[in-house]
Design a protein around this ligand. Structure first.
Ligand SMILES: C[S@@+](CC[C@H](N)C(=O)[O-])C[C@H]1O[C@@H](n2cnc3c(N)ncnc32)[C@H](O)[C@@H]1O
Length: 294
């Protein structure tokens, strides 16, 4: 299978009809589709899967447009592309210009391709931004034209960004299978029992996400995550809960858990960046502020 043919197998259809109906000549504009491997662009300052190193995360939200007769024997496709982006914790600027492409392909051949900039403006501390392109006009001679012709849009990724996107997609596909074969006790159940058995006075958690594990603690808690997605009450039952929105390395470089909690940690759950070197650093840093029994 050639490269474009392989890419074409992963096209996401978008909201631009290939054919218009109604009075007038029968139209047969090429379909506009998003290339799924290029629907997201993540810029990082470090490891591709480290949320704390994320600069910007942008994705294509959709395409809208129309197809109309153009001149005596032509058709014109006019469409806009919508984008959204979140500003990462490692971002040092508020404005980003990212490249996207529009290509006309026929089977595995790229007939024409143009790269354009899309700008995201994260003003006044905003963490999210949207952008819509100006109308993009493409003119085609009226059929007969190959039915295999289509218009593809997506982000213009570097080879490293493409490789990172491929790796993330592979992990997303593999994860449910790993869970299905995991026959041990549920980790939240274990954690709940540990809280009950040890009744810790001070709890530290790295990696909180929606707050499921943090909600189990009834101790004074210190929780760290560069990208909190809390969807529940994590304060209930706790005398105090200190949330730090940053990566754990950053946290330990700037703060002292002993000073925040007023004493050593009795129980910790290290569930942030799931890579050996990160976890080792989290373990070493946490143990410096923990009781010997922790
Ligand atoms: C598996 S989720 C945590 C789930 C949570 N402990 C639970 O069981 O409900 C991992 C979390 O780690 C966070 N994370 C990723 N890199 C991190 C880092 N360098 N330091 C701290 N947290 C990080 C992510 O933002 C994500 O929310």
């Amino acid at each position: 299978m050639t490269r474009i043919a392989r890419l074409a197998a992963l096209l996401a259809p978008l909201g631009l009809a290939a054919c218009a109906s109604g009075p007038g000549p029968k139209l047969d504009c090429p379909q506009v589709a998003m290339l799924q491997q290029a629907d997201r662009l993540v810029r990082v300052a470090g490891a591709a899967d480290d949320v704390a190193a994320r600069i910007v995360d942008a994705w294509v939200t959709g395409v809208a447009g129309k197809c109309a007769p153009h001149g005596d024997a032509g058709e014109r496709v006019v469409f806009r592309i919508g984008f959204a982006a979140t500003r990462g914790v490692a971002a040092r600027q508020n404005r980003f210009t990212l490249p996207y492409f529009v290509a006309i392909t026929e089977g595995d051949r790229i007939i024409a391709k143009q790269v354009y900039p899309v700008r995201f403006d994260f003003r006044h501390g905003a963490t999210q931004a949207v952008a819509t392109t100006k109308p993009i006009r493409l003119d085609f001679p009226r059929a007969p034209r190959s039915a295999a012709q289509q218009v593809l849009v997506g982000f213009q990724l570097t080879p490293a960004e493409r490789a990172a996107a491929r790796a993330e997609r592979a992990m997303t596909i593999a994860a449910p299978e790993v869970m299905a074969h995991h026959a041990g006790a549920d980790y939240l159940d274990c954690l709940r029992r540990l809280h009950r058995a040890l009744a810790p006075r001070r709890y530290l958690e790295i990696g909180v996400w929606r707050g499921e594990s943090l909600a189990l603690a009834e101790a004074e808690s210190l929780a760290i995550d560069p990208d909190f997605q809390l969807d529940r009450d994590v304060l209930a039952g706790k005398p105090a809960c200190h949330l730090y929105s940053c990566g754990s390395d950053d946290f330990f470089a700037r703060h002292d858990p002993l000073a925040i909690l007023g004493g050593p940690v009795d129980l910790a759950f290290l569930d942030g960046m799931h890579r050996f070197e990160f976890l080792l650093r989290d373990f070493i840093n946490t143990s410096m502020s923990a009781t010997a029994a922790a």
